[in-house]
Design a protein. Structure first.
Length: 305
């Protein structure tokens, strides 16, 4: 199957398009934090690079895990509730909806677009892009090796978000950048990684995938996820407070609301009921957190705080 022959929906599923699109909010939020009014041309370039980069990165995950995913479909369970990662279908490469050659061509094309634009934006951006890509590969290779690979995922997301900062500024504001990195890592671990693993608990046990829920049980996993989710909410609010002069009370109030809805509420729900359907709902809601904070910051800028 050639690149042109595969349906667009299959490539959207390969990239987990909904999740990839939501992820673009991470570097864009970083860009707003680095420069209250970033140059429109650089911001537009960063947006295009982010879309290309995230769509390629999520597709890489499916290519690296294709053998595992094929085994997964032999023991697939029905999903209870909506799954953001499943919009358009799950693992089209493993199902034969996309050929390996087409998938690699698709990834290479998007990756080249992201790399070229990133290079034009600065060498620091290229370095961070390369580090994030290496961490992505490492994370996939650790699937059956260790249950603490979620730490790699957290660092990877934080590094990826930092690319947005350096697309518009070479200066380092330690409080803002430090809180951004803590927020991104904690959010990825507590809001997406561990809840997603808990939602896939039955499949992962069968496949021998080592995750926190598989190795240490759902309750321990839920407690760890809860801790990281609360840390993510606190870090995002602290970030809005530190950046009060940029985004004002509108940005702070919006961030507090987003944290309550996407961090505190889901964390407590998962702690009370550490079960796959609840974990999937937590994953879906927490995935919206960066978009919500970005909207709060943008509203603060637009209204003058």
């Amino acid at each position: 199957m050639s690149l042109a022959a595969a349906p667009v929906k299959a490539f959207f599923a390969l990239s987990r398009g909904t999740q990839a699109s939501l992820s673009v909010a991470q570097p864009l939020t970083a860009a707003l934090l680095a420069a209250d009014h970033p140059p429109p041309v650089r911001l537009a370039a960063a947006t295009v690079a982010a879309f290309a980069g995230f769509f390629a990165a999520f597709a890489v995950n499916d290519v690296l895990d294709v053998d595992l995913d094929r085994r997964r479909f032999a023991h697939v369970r029905p999903y209870e509730g909506a799954d953001l990662d499943g919009v358009g279908g799950r693992h089209p490469l493993a199902l034969g909806r996309v050929s390996r050659r087409a998938a690699l061509t698709y990834i290479a094309t998007l990756g080249l677009v992201a790399l070229v634009i990133t290079a034009l934006l600065g060498w620091v951006c290229v370095a961070l892009f390369a580090v994030a890509a290496c961490l992505q590969v490492l994370y996939c290779r650790l699937a059956t090796v260790t249950s603490v690979k979620f730490l790699v995922s957290g660092v990877m997301v934080a590094v990826g978000a930092a690319v947005g900062w350096f697309t518009v500024s070479t200066a380092v504001d330690a409080p803002r950048l430090g809180l951004l990195l803590v927020w991104m890592a904690a959010w990825e671990i507590g809001g997406r990684n561990i809840p997603n693993d808990l939602a896939d608990l039955d499949e992962d046990r069968h496949l021998g995938v080592r995750t926190l829920p598989v190795v240490h049980g759902p309750r321990t996993a839920a407690a760890v996820a809860c801790g990281f989710l609360l840390l993510a909410g606190a870090a995002s609010c602290a970030l809005a407070w530190v950046a009060l002069r940029s985004f004002g009370t509108v940005g702070l109030a919006g961030t507090l609301l987003v944290a309550a809805v996407t961090s505190v509420g889901p964390a407590l729900a998962l702690l009370r009921r550490p079960r796959p359907p609840v974990a999937l709902a937590v994953f879906n809601r927490a995935s919206l957190q960066p978009v919500g904070v970005l909207a709060a910051f943008a509203a603060g800028l637009a209204t003058g705080g």
